[in-house]
Write a protein that binds this ligand. Structure first.
Ligand code: FE2
Ligand code: FE2
Length: 193
């Protein structure tokens, strides 16, 4: 599923279950960052008209996810906490060398975005299947479907704007690298922790 090379250790859900408040805060900020990423594609690559159109729709969708998570936090009598650094994303985005042509930069950013969406989707699926809290499990099942579409959309744009063969090779290398990062994670109550 999703091309990921290493599935998340299901015991990660046990860690999450002990601190739902923390995972919801972390998740809310994932949605905020997804919104910011979509805006940054518009700012950095305005001449890619179809990308700008899709990113505009994505901004709305991701901020609506943020609201859904925020509402869930309020429903449960909590307050949104502070954002924490996402070591997974920091490590992941070190993979491709900086520089290169504009198209290369665009392709690299699209591949990072595709992978972050794919991993988030996999984590949401795990939560939807394993959480004891049925209401929250259902919440994650619905979100999982949206994130799967985002993953294919980003990957599709990378293949469209780059040279397909090169893009596919880079995608495979990035998947291998991501599996290495992931092998050291699965230990904290964070969506990518
Ligand atoms: Fe989202
Ligand atoms: Fe997304």
């Amino acid at each position: 599923m999703l091309g990921l090379k290493l599935p998340t250790d299901p015991r990660w859900v046990n860690i999450v279950e002990k601190n739902i408040e923390e995972i919801l805060t972390d998740h809310a900020f994932c949605e905020q960052k997804a919104t910011s990423t979509a805006i940054s594609f518009i700012v950095s690559f305005p001449e890619y008209t179809d990308l700008v159109q899709e990113m505009t729709a994505l901004v709305k969708e991701e901020i609506s996810h943020f609201k859904m998570v925020h509402d869930k936090i309020i429903e449960r009598g909590w307050t949104l906490g502070r954002d924490r650094r996402d070591d997974y994303v920091i490590e992941l985005t070190k993979f491709f060398p900086k520089g290169g042509s504009r198209t290369t930069q665009l392709v690299h950013r699209l591949l990072y975005a595709a992978l972050i969406e794919a991993r988030s989707c996999e984590r949401f699926r795990l939560l939807s299947e394993e959480l004891e809290d049925q209401e929250l499990a259902k919440f994650y099942r619905n979100l999982m479907v949206s994130e799967a579409n985002h993953y294919t959309m980003f990957l599709g744009f990378a293949r469209k704007y780059g040279v397909k063969k090169e893009v596919d090779a880079k995608w495979q290398q990035l998947l291998e690298y991501e599996a290495e990062i992931m092998s050291k994670l699965g230990t904290s109550e964070a969506i990518h922790g």
